[in-house]
Design a binder for this molecule. Structure first.
Ligand SMILES: [Zn+2]
Ligand SMILES: [Zn+2]
Length: 276
């Protein structure tokens, strides 16, 4: 554990970039060989859009990283936040508990709020417009959403009182977990169900990308599945019934064109009309 803490306390940016690129390459290869759905799409054109949004997310997070570092070190110095108010505990327990709390406050709750508050949904919607979910979809976030998420992540770190190594560890796990659960891969059904008791499995997150309500408003989890199960937002849907996208933006000229995707948050709001 000591080694993990030391490594993540000062993980070089190059290592973080390598993990991100390595993960995409790894899942890209698997989904190219044994895809879950045989999409009729231009995989490179689609990846081009999503990698553009991945880069803008990296730029936003990189430019603001100092604020996050300051927030994390302040919580330690000021003895602020849930983890600092708890009695001393075993380091492994402390790490697991901290990661779960970061997942709840900095990811699950934020994601749920993004679906419920119209202004935030306008930005998060871009993630949902993707009609071909594959590993590159994981970081398809409008730059506006990346900024909003950064603010919420910083607030989450303050509330949790997480040290920097834990934040970096969480973010690294999150990158790989989301590439995994967005990848266009299929696991044996039993294995997927088993995994979904602990982490967000590929089948579980794909339901969140089904094009109509109430499925879009379910399975908000990022790494751990416990929050959806605990708060009643867990849903399942047969693999054969999945249809990706969001009902308000199903036209390819709207959901597969970069210039339009950047403008969607500023266009007239559309109410979802369908539900199953
Ligand atoms: Zn969502
Ligand atoms: Zn997603």
């Amino acid at each position: 554990m000591e080694n993990i803490i030391n490594y993540f306390s000062s993980i070089p940016s190059s290592h973080r970039a390598l993990i991100l690129a390595g993960g995409i390459t790894f899942f890209w290869l698997i989904e190219s060989i044994v895809p879950f759905i045989k999409f009729k799409y231009d995989k490179w054109q689609h990846a081009g859009i999503n990698i553009f949004f991945t880069l803008t997310t990296i730029i936003v997070n990189f430019s603001l990283a100092l604020l996050l570092l300051k927030a994390a070190s302040w919580t330690t110095d000021a003895h602020f936040g849930i983890l600092n108010w708890l009695p001393e505990m075993n380091i492994w327990l402390y790490a697991i508990f901290g990661l779960l709390l970061l997942d709840l406050i900095g990811a699950y709750l934020v994601h749920l709020i993004e679906h419920k508050v119209k202004f935030l949904w306008r930005f998060h919607l871009i993630h949902h417009t993707d009609t071909w979910i594959d590993t590159t979809s994981a970081n398809r976030h409008h730059p506006g959403e990346s900024v909003l998420r950064f603010i919420f992540t910083t607030l989450g770190v303050l509330i949790v009182g997480a040290p920097m190594w834990m934040v970096f560890l969480y973010q690294t796990l999150s990158v790989v977990a989301t590439q995994f659960n967005h990848a266009n891969i299929i696991l044996p059904k039993k294995l997927d169900v088993f995994l979904s008791y602990f982490i967000v499995s590929p089948d579980m997150h794909k339901v969140h990308h089904h094009y109509v309500l109430p499925y879009t408003d379910s399975n908000y989890g990022n790494i751990f599945s416990v929050w959806d199960r605990l708060f009643g937002t867990f849903m399942t849907l047969d693999r054969e019934k999945l249809k990706y996208g969001v009902d308000t933006h199903m036209k390819p000229e709207e959901n597969n064109r970069l210039s339009n995707l950047l403008l969607i948050p500023f266009q007239k709001y559309r109410n979802s009309t369908n539900s199953e």
